[in-house]
Design a protein around this ligand. Structure first.
Ligand SMILES: [Zn+2]
Length: 275
């Protein structure tokens, strides 16, 4: 059981749903190359600004039955779903990890993954404005929580045999290897696919996303994340192919699977989930 007071968990949910409201703005505007700050939220049908009392996460959607107060145009339930999802992610993170470095790390990574997932589902792109800063931020956070003196001593003591152990103990090393291998492995798979099938298999967006995940969670997380996301992607892809009525002409974007596997890694540690 978590020893985090219920009040904190509730607070985390409310904060998360407010952040979720901002994520909605990012999901709508980033792929359209619009500013995420100005103008303030407005109905995309009548352009009338949404009043602050109509902009309460989740509740406003329910009270207004998903419609604009001015013109009555319907809003997608996706807005309320993303607010609720982000609230749950915040609450679960605080419940599991309390006030810790992990919580800080995950509350930066997981909202980014939510934005990436929904943009990729709709537009088939993973914006560089998320992945590039994400890679840098993941690395900086890892550098900050690395005990460099300890690292030097440990490498001297146990040598190269226990490299994985050393890597796991030192976030900076783990993060740098995560970026290189996360980006590199997918790049290699993508290039091989291109050479063999003579067409592009994996978008560069996925490569940068895995590099970002590697920066935050380290190289030791990547095996789990690549295996699980590939498995899920294959299963869902096959299910959609069998169900031809869905009219799916092309495959499905890979970003959501990578994001889901990375989120699952945050909460399960990955390895314990496999075995
Ligand atoms: Zn309207």
């Amino acid at each position: 059981m978590s020893d985090v007071p219920p009040f904190f968990i509730l607070f985390a949910f409310v904060l998360g749903s407010i952040i979720g409201s901002f994520l909605n703005v990012c999901i709508y505007r980033l792929p359209r190359k619009q500013s995420i700050i100005l103008p303030p939220s407005h109905c995309t049908t009548c352009n009338i600004p949404i009043r602050f009392y109509d902009n309460v996460p989740i509740l406003s959607y329910l009270l207004l039955r998903g419609r604009c107060r001015s013109c009555g145009a319907g809003f997608s339930p996706r807005y309320a779903i993303i607010e609720a999802l982000t609230g749950c992610v915040f609450a679960l993170t605080v419940y599991e990890f309390g006030l810790s470095v992990e919580t800080l790390l995950y509350l930066i990574l997981l909202p980014s993954l939510i934005v990436i997932t929904f943009i990729d589902l709709e537009h088939w792109i993973i914006p560089n404005v998320i992945t590039y800063p994400g890679i840098a931020l993941g690395l900086i956070l890892a550098l900050l929580r690395t005990d460099w003196g300890e690292l030097r001593i440990l490498v001297g003591e146990i040598g190269i045999m226990n490299t994985l152990y050393v890597v796991e103990q030192f976030p900076a090393l783990n993060s740098i290897l995560g970026i290189m291998i996360g980006g590199g492995v997918l790049l290699l798979i993508g290039l091989m696919y291109e050479v063999i099938r003579k067409r592009e298999g994996m978008g560069m967006g996925d490569v940068k996303l895995l590099a970002m995940v590697g920066a935050f969670l380290g190289v030791t997380s990547l095996l789990f994340i690549v295996l699980l996301s590939s498995l899920l992607g294959t299963l869902v892809g096959a299910a959609l192919m069998i169900n031809k009525q869905s009219g799916m002409k092309r495959a499905i974007p890979f970003g959501p699977f990578l994001s889901f596997a990375a989120a699952l890694y945050c909460f399960t540690g990955g390895i314990s989930f496999i075995f």
